[in-house]
Write a protein that binds this ligand. Structure first.
Ligand code: HEM
Length: 164
């Protein structure tokens, strides 16, 4: 095979997430993917009827606040997702799928310490939001600490086929 004279864009070293500019690139790319996605796109565009002109800047502020403590985010993510529960399925498989899209968007654009950190933050928050809005224990908790009633719910939750 002849030697390659130039690197393709995918071979180029990827930057890390350094601030607001990269957060905006990530958020725009992620929600492009979400909107094109068969299951998640419907939740935003049909169920919540999201106004993207306000949602995207809110998400820039959210992730800038999480990563760099400077975005000024003042929303209420738990309430925003709890509102969706009576309207659509917000089960574990939806959160796992959301995480798969999020991780792959990060990996396609960025690499480094902050890129790894934002994926861990997203996983932690997905666990918290999923558990709180569906009233199941956070999967990171030790089941040994649960009450008998919680243990029963935890066993049901664990037996779901989509449980990671
Ligand atoms: C099944 C997975 C998820 C779905 C379907 C979903 C869907 C939504 C929808 C429909 C909204 C409201 C948008 C609007 O204003 O119209 C929203 C808001 C939001 N989501 Fe999610 N989301 C998911 C997971 C997550 C996760 C894991 C995070 C955090 C890592 C997150 C962070 C947020 C934030 C910060 C808001 C704005 C909350 C506010 O208005 O204060 N979402 N989401």
């Amino acid at each position: 095979m002849p030697p390659r004279l130039s690197q393709s864009p995918t071979d180029a070293p990827k930057p890390d997430l350094l601030g607001r500019a990269e957060i905006e690139v990530l958020v725009n790319a992620f929600y492009d993917r979400v909107r094109g996605d068969e299951t998640l796109g419907v939740i935003f565009d049909k169920v919540a009827q999201t106004n993207w002109e306000t949602h995207l800047p809110k998400m820039y502020a959210f992730w800038e606040t999480v990563m760099f403590r400077s975005g000024g985010f003042t929303g209420n993510p738990l309430a925003a997702h709890a509102k969706l529960v009576p309207l659509t399925d917000m089960g574990r498989d939806k959160f796992d799928h959301w995480l798969t899209l999020f991780r792959s968007t990060v990996d396609d654009h960025f690499a480094g310490e902050n890129a790894e950190h934002i994926k861990r933050c997203a996983e932690d928050m997905a666990n918290v939001i999923y558990s709180k809005i569906n009233a199941v224990p956070d999967p990171r908790f030790d089941p040994a600490n649960l009450t008998p009633e919680q243990k029963k719910r935890y066993a049901q939750h664990k037996s779901q086929p989509t449980q990671p």
